[in-house]
Structure formats: structure tokens, C-alpha cells
Design a protein around this ligand. Structure first.
Ligand code: NAP
Length: 477
């Protein structure tokens, strides 16, 4: 297998890596390597997907829902079996991996139940006769997906699109091939026809080839800004519809009337869930000065109490990062931030033990000319900012190229909603970190991408909104 360049999230940097490998980041053990598809194998996969679409598009919602409901049921029945490779391949704490499996199953079940309603023909009222908008499937879609939620990301892309009558090809991230293969097998086990859901172990060159292929009708990517630019650019050259779910640097705003104890509890969760490797993890903690010292003291104490260890062990509260390369990138970002004047309130080093472990870290005194001010830190590193008031908090939150999620904490819900509406992101939560569930649309603006996944919006992205007009044959021209 050849070595190829491999992007590291949000940095535009590369890591040297074999293409598709399972390496346990807890101990560095190489678990398995996988071969990329040859071009003839790829061609066969695309042709099979095209043939599957011809049949699948004709199925009723009820017929499609049978396969989907079975897939959801199987995932719920085999939570530990699905969760294990997540923990082994990318280091997620096992309880969180179990939660991700259940959430993914819920997403599949949600679309099985609601897709027909979401895509029901919409009646228009023309001056005479009849007209409606139908939502028709468009064909074979291609998804490029990240490792940080190895099933949830796949479910978010596959479930709505399969229920809409499309079929999907998926290139998953190089470091989670076992999860990618397990998710493909799920569909076979659920009775899906060949070609309905296809996992592709392909190179970047082959990604371009797939996007260029006229049989592919739409492209969705979740990942870093750099990957988004390349894949969206390629789709654009081919005039293909795309959706982009990219990085973020979400603000976690604490106003002076927040409930401090509860807010700190959520701050720890918002930073440390999935060891900070969430697109919507809180990355910039923006605290009004009346609460700033108390917040920082309590937040620091809580983060210092986390215990590194085996992510399979329920006693562990600090898992490893997904790969050694991810750790090296993050350490370098912290080092550069400090070299430019930021201060370390906590951590900053790798944990003194084997595995890709990073100390929970808090950076303060980050000025606008520090590169850290604009970068995404994808791991357990919190950027802490002190502001005078609500006005400054909103201005700082908006001083970012990203616009994914964000949160505001205040006892005054009306005030929270007002602040939420002024922050330039795709999602804002009041008194809770940004998070996800099947019925809430997910996505961003600015460099965080475009389009939405989940909820009704998520199933509308790759359908043809077709006008069907019925007029009297003798109507005036
Ligand atoms: P990544 O390096 O961009 O990888 C994402 C996917 O894109 C992987 O399958 C990767 O394949 C592929 N890829 C990267 N560069 C490519 C290229 N030039 N051509 C073709 N494919 C390419 O991102 P990541 O490190 O896996 O994930 C972390 C990033 O995703 C963070 O920035 C995070 O914020 C973002 N994210 C966003 C959302 C959202 O919904 N907005 C959700 C989760 C994560 P390889 O693995 O083989 O390189």
C-alpha cells in the first residue's frame, strides 16, 4: 500500500499516513491495514450503485422504510459490537461510543418514520388549474466523511438520502476503516439491495475521479475547511450540487447573570466531549468580567480532575486523541500560541504516558494578532477570553471566519435568545452547549460551510424540487 499525504483537521497541514489503517491511539498498536480499491473495482461499485438507483427510486416510502427500520433496529440491538471499533480506532470513551451508536440508529429510524411527510408534494395555487412541487430523487450521491463521529456522520448523510430515493457512495476517513466497513455491512444485514450503500476505500485521486463522473449527481463533505475547498471546488467545476459541513470555533458565552455552577458543568462537557474533537465543541470561552475569575478557577479545577486511561475502562474520563498526528498538530498549535504571547492557565503538554494523550489545556491572553485567535483547536484546548459586557461578547464571538454553532448562558431566556440572534452562526443554543438530535437541523455559515443535515431541511438538499403543472388544454396561451 502506498503512502499518501493526509490532511490534519483545520490546519491545512499534512500527516504522513498509510491510506486506510486502524491504529489504536491508546497504545499505538497497529490493528489492521486495508487495501484501496483498484480502478476497475471502483468502476464496478459505481455501476452497481447506478443500477441500484434505477430500482430504488421506484420504491414507495413504505418499502424503503422497511430496510431503514431494520437497520435502526440492528444498530440498537448491537450497540457494543458497533461501539467497540470506534473506541479502538479513534479512542472515543466507550460510553460515548455507545451513545453515538444509539444516536445514529435514532437518526435512521427518524427518517424511516418522517421522510414521506417531509417530501410530500406541496400544492401551489396558480390562477387556474393545478400545480404542485414534487420532491424527486436525483441519483447516486457521493459523501466524504470524517472520523470524529464514525457512524453518526454516515447516518446523517445516508439516512435522509436513502429515504428520498437516492443511493450513496461513501469515502470515510483513513483512520476508521473498520467502522466504515461495519456500517456498510449494516445495510446488507438490513436487507438493502446491492449498491444502495457502498463504502469506498479510495485515494484522493479517485475522489476527484468520482466527483467528475457524470453518473454522480451530488457531493456532500463533512471535514476540514481545506478538504471542503478541494471537494467543493471540484464539485463546482462539474456544476454539481454540494453540501459542506466544515470546521468551527464555537463561542461559549457566559453573561454576568448565568448560573455559574451549572454553566461550568456544561463548559466541561462542551470542551471535553469526544476529547474536544467535535466540530461544535466549545472552542472560545467568552466570559463577562463580573464572572470571569470565578469561572476560570472552577473550570480549571474541573479540567484538572480528569483521569487519562484506557478509553474502554468506564473509570477513564480523558481519552486519547484520534491519532498521534492529531496530537502533534495540537501541541504545535499551543506552542505557537504561547510563542505569540498567549499564557497557559492549565496544561499544554502531552500526558506523560504512552498513547496520543493531551493534557486538558486552557490558553488565556490571546490577542487578535495571535494566530491562535483564528485557528480551530481540535482537541482538549480551551481559549479563554474576558470581556466587559454582552456587547463585547457578541462582537468577539462574531470576529471569526467560522460560523458553525455557539452557546450563551444567562438566567434571562429572552436575553439569551436576543444574543443568540446576533451571533453569526448556523446554530445557537441558550443554556446548553451546541448539540445534535435527529429533529434539529445541523450546519453552518461562513467557513463552516453551507447546507444543512438532519431534520426536514436535511432531506431537502439532494432532491429535485420539480414543478408539475396541470392546465386546461384550451387555456389561453
Ligand atoms: P479532514 O482531514 O478534512 O477529513 C475529512 C474527510 O475528507 C476524510 O474522509 C478525508 O480523507 C477526506 N479528505 C481530506 N482531504 C481531502 C482531499 N484533498 N481530497 C479528498 N478527500 C479529502 O477532516 P478530519 O480531520 O477528518 O475531521 C475534522 C474536521 O472536520 C474538523 O475541522 C471539524 O470541525 C470538521 N467537522 C465538521 C462537522 C460539521 O458538521 N460541520 C462535523 C464533524 C467534523 P482521509 O482521512 O483519507 O484523509
Amino acid at each position: 500500500m502506498r503512502v499518501r499525504p493526509h490532511f490534519v483537521a483545520g490546519t491545512g497541514g499534512y500527516r504522513g499516513a498509510m491510506s486506510y489503517q486502524s491504529i489504536n491511539p491508546y497504545n499505538g498498536q497497529l490493528l489492521q491495514t486495508f487495501k484501496e480499491l483498484t480502478n476497475p473495482e471502483l468502476e464496478k461499485a459505481v455501476a452497481t450503485a447506478v443500477a441500484a438507483f434505477a430500482v430504488w427510486r421506484e420504491k414507495s416510502f413504505a418499502e424503503r422504510a422497511v430496510v431503514m427500520a431494520k437497520a435502526a433496529e440492528l444498530m440498537h440491538a448491537r450497540v457494543d459490537e458497533f461501539a467497540t471499533p470506534v473506541t479502538l480506532e479513534m479512542g472515543k470513551l466507550f460510553a460515548q461510543a455507545q451513545g453515538e451508536v444509539k444516536l445514529s440508529a435514532d437518526i435512521i429510524g427518524y427518517y424511516a418514520k418522517n421522510a414521506e411527510r417531509f417530501l410530500a408534494p406541496q400544492t401551489l395555487v396558480p390562477e387556474s388549474g393545478e400545480a404542485e412541487i414534487q420532491s424527486c430523487p436525483i441519483g447516486v450521491l457521493f459523501g466524504v466523511e470524517p472520523w470524529n463521529f464514525p457512524y453518526y456522520q454516515l447516518a446523517r448523510f445516508a439516512a435522509p438520502n436513502l429515504m428520498a430515493g437516492n443511493v450513496v457512495l461513501v469515502k470515510h476517513a483513513g483512520c476508521v476503516p473498520q467502522c466504515a466497513i461495519a456500517f456498510e455491512k449494516l445495510w446488507r444485514d438490513a436487507g438493502a439491495p446491492a449498491g444502495l450503500y457502498t463504502n469506498l476505500l479510495v485515494s484522493y485521486d479517485q475522489v476527484n475521479w468520482i466527483i467528475d463522473d457524470p453518473r454522480i449527481k451530488g457531493v456532500a463533505l463533512t471535514g476540514s475547511v481545506e478538504a471542503g475547498k478541494r471537494v467543493a471546488g471540484r464539485a463546482g467545476q462539474n456544476l454539481k450540487k454540494s453540501t459542506m459541513e466544515l470546521g468551527g470555533s464555537d463561542a461559549f458565552i457566559v453573561l454576568e447573570d448565568a448560573d455559574l455552577e451549572a454553566t461550568v458543568k456544561w463548559a466541561v462537557w462542551a470542551k471535553m466531549n469526544n476529547t474536544g474533537q467535535c466540530c461544535v465543541a466549545a472552542k472560545r470561552f467568552i466570559v463577562v468580567e463580573a464572572l470571569a475569575d470565578q469561572f476560570l478557577a472552577k473550570f480549571t479545577a474541573a479540567l484538572s480532575g480528569l483521569k487519562a486511561g484506557d478509553p474502554m475502562d468506564p473509570a477513564t474520563t480523558l481519552g486519547p486523541l484520534s491519532t498521534e498526528a492529531a496530537l502533534v498538530t495540537l501541541l504545535d498549535q499551543v506552542k505557537r500560541a504561547v510563542a505569540q504571547g498567549a499564557k497557559l492557565a492549565l496544561g499544554g503538554k502531552r500526558v506523560d504516558r504512552p498513547g496520543a494523550f493531551m493534557e486538558p489545556t486552557i490558553l488565556t491572553d490571546i490577542t487578535a494578532n495571535n494566530p491562535a485567535f483564528r485557528e480551530e483547536f481540535f482537541g482538549p484546548v480551551a481559549l479563554f477570553f474576558r470581556v466587559k459586557n454582552e456587547e463585547e461578547a457578541v462582537a468577539l464571538a462574531n470576529d471569526s471566519e467560522f460560523g458553525l454553532g455557539g452557546a450563551v448562558f444567562t438566567r434571562d431566556v429572552a436575553r439569551g435568545k436576543r444574543v443568540a440572534s446576533r451571533v453569526e452562526t448556523g446554530m445557537m443554543f441558550v443554556n446548553h452547549p451546541t448539540w445534535t438530535s435527529p429533529e434539529l437541523p445541523f450546519g453552518g455559515i461562513k467557513n463552516s460551510g453551507y447546507g444543512r443535515e438532519l431534520a426536514s431541511l436535511g432531506i431537502q438538499e439532494f432532491v429535485n424540487k420539480k414543478l408539475v403543472r396541470v392546465a386546461a388544454i384550451d387555456a389561453a396561451a
